[in-house]
Ligand binder design. Structure first.
Ligand code: SF4
Length: 273
């Protein structure tokens, strides 16, 4: 397997953030998706930050792997918290009517912990509902600080076997599972997100291991996110190897099997959101 190469500017598990993040009013984003109904409750605006410690073979946003964006990605820009919040508040009427708000995603948002915490703090001051979408491979202090400032965490779980996780994402999963346990001890709401990747995460042993792990937590809401091929053109454009080239999305029946497996185990599974 050939994974995209980590660059020197690419955060790794050991140096994502060493201490509690200093506040930062400037951050780097590569997109804002308005009117999203897949990234938390209601109608939301999702802000995508650059930088990620993982290299998931199915990633839809490979241009965000590094903080400055790959190949001078055109959407990458620096923003200040006040300017970003002003932009997001244009959709306040939709948030209010739908019970929605702002989702901070990426990349891995906590690669920019000071900016994320400042953004969450400002949104809270302005009574905007927030969700933080994280891969979990982040410095625990940053996660705990962000968890205290957000209304909801969207927490990715992919592959439960650590060696297989490393093969498919570039990193083992022990920190991710430890951080899952840390969140379990806090009060923040958490929705688990499972990218359903044929031949990777849809293996029955992987699903059973995930169910067993989650059964020991307070988390019951599971979002099943079926793989699709929308990013194939991006990999070609960026000249990155695509390990999943030609892999078909899971069938409707397979998706329903997985949903039923979680439901039978007492979870609250949802497809695509
Ligand atoms: S964690 Fe998300 S953004 Fe990072 S590589 Fe995986 S899919 Fe892409």
């Amino acid at each position: 397997m050939v994974l995209p190469t980590l660059s020197a500017e690419s955060p790794r598990p050991g140096n994502v953030a060493v201490n509690s993040p200093p506040p930062s009013r400037t951050g780097r984003i590569f997109d804002i998706k308005r009117f999203s109904t897949h990234d938390g409750p209601g109608i939301r605006s999702t802000v995508f930050l650059t930088g990620c410690p993982l290299r998931c073979a199915w990633c839809h946003n490979p241009e965000a792997f590094v903080l400055h964006g790959l190949r001078d990605s055109p959407g990458v820009r620096e923003v200040t918290v006040p300017a970003l919040v002003r932009e997001l508040e244009r959709d306040l009427p939709y948030f209010d009517r739908s019970g929605g708000g702002v989702t901070i995603s990426g990349g891995e948002p906590l690669c920019q912990p000071g900016f994320v915490c400042e953004l969450l703090r400002t949104c809270r001051d302005r009574e905007l509902h927030t969700a933080l979408d994280t891969c979990g491979l982040v410095e625990p202090k940053a996660l705990i600080e962000a968890a205290a400032l957000t209304d909801l965490i969207l927490y990715d779980l992919k592959v439960m076997d650590s060696a297989a996780h490393a093969a498919w994402t570039g990193q083992p999963n022990h920190t991710i599972l430890e951080n899952l346990q840390r969140l379990n001890d806090l009060e923040v709401a958490v929705w688990i997100r499972l990218p359903l990747i044929p031949g990777v995460s849809d293996d029955p042993r992987n699903l059973d291991a995930m169910i067993a792990r989650l059964a020991a937590t307070r988390f019951r809401r599971v979002s099943i996110l079926p793989y699709h091929r929308i990013a194939e053109a991006k990999y070609q454009r960026l000249g990155l190897p695509n390990k999943l080239a030609g892999v078909e999305p899971p069938s409707v029946e397979r998706i329903e099997d997985v949903r039923a497996r979680f439901a039978a185990a007492g979870f609250d599974p949802h497809i695509g959101r």
